[in-house]
Design a protein around this ligand. Sequence first.
Ligand code: EPZ
Length: 417
Amino acid sequence: MDKLRIEGGIPLSGTITVSGSKNAALPILFAAILMDSPCSFLNVPNLEDIRTTLRLLRMLGLSCECEDHVVQTEPGNLIPEAPYDLVRTMRASVLCLGPLLTRLGRARVSLPGGCAIGARPVDQHIKALEQMGARFDLEGGDIIGRCSGLRGAHIVFDMPTVGGTENLLMAAALAKGRTILENAAREPEVVDLARFLISCGARIEGHGTSVIVIDGVQSLSAQTYSIMPDRIEAGTFLAAAGITGGKLTIKNCPYSELETVINKFQELGMQISQTPDGVLAACGKAGLHGTDVKTQPYPGFPTDMQAQIMALMSIASSSSIVEERIFENRFMHVPELIRMGAQIKIAGHTAMIRGVSHLRGAQVMASDLRASASLVLAGLAAHGITDVRRIYHLDRGYERIEEKLNAVGARIERLQQ
Ligand code: EPZ
């Protein structure tokens, strides 16, 4: 297992480029299951979760090639089984359920267990697919779904679920008749999936709003498609500029999709503006001061940026409050930040952060993807050396992060743990 050794206290400066979005690429790659023709995907990030997805697609019968951020898939004889050993490493594997059912009429997918940040149930996916005519059994930890063709339905999600909306978009694209998804997720990654499906002949309207209407078609044939930039990676780099008191130009930064995050960073005292080269981010002269954040479904403040903004808040000149409203256990970065001198108290889903003048380097442990990013940010700002262990969590969602940060002045080494 690797760790990152970070020498803190260096203001970052220069230009950093954002990779393709992990959370857009994953559902779009699973949508290849729907296609009658080969697909070419551009700007695919080079990440562990992408490699896991390609392994699963090959097990399902597709052929997949990946070279230098381009993925090519070819349809094959589909084998509708996603095994536990693979699903347990990546919950997003459940996104093969909708495509397999609508394409083949059957699917056996290991029920994705919980993960560090919460139970992560898939009841909304199941309930909605049952409304479209699928029947499910649970056998040995696997969900076994069957149907004689899915038919359109009027579905109202109990909460806006990104994965649920994506699974149902893919299922409805080849179903018979009209499907309406109400209380649908509005995340940009859902919109990117819809745009890909439409480019292949799907009939979808309302993506990006909470009501999406899909009229099923007979077949879909893929086009070449370029994945949108990763707004969470971009937000993490904005945070790196703020927490180090540096100045970064972030290329391929999806400004409008990051509006809420940028507004919050500006409330903290950061200066962020669009320039012809990208988005320029710097810490204000007066440094950072506290603000309050509640995580919400898009377009609210994204839960995937909660750990990162908390690192910034931990060195602000005043106090902040963070409320995590999406996941039940997404404060695991807090004890590790406290080991670095942060002053944070947790009460239920709320964290109270009292800013300190500086953090101190320490040995810390990553627990999940975005917590890892938070600890790297804290290490960049801390006085002294920080070792972030178990960074396999980080490698799931950030492509070569230490190389990108070292290119703008950071001093990070990847070492054997
Ligand atoms: C996606 O997860 C993202 N993952 C997550 O990013 C992100 O945090 C999350 O959306 C919220 O934005 C991918 O896109 C691969 P949800 P997903 O279904 O789809 C509850 C990262 O760091 N729920 O929108 O699993 C659920 O428990 C990852 O990149 C049900 O109760 O999230 C949660 O409280 C972490 N039943 C809420 O809804 C269901 O059937 C939102 O979950 C489905 C969800």
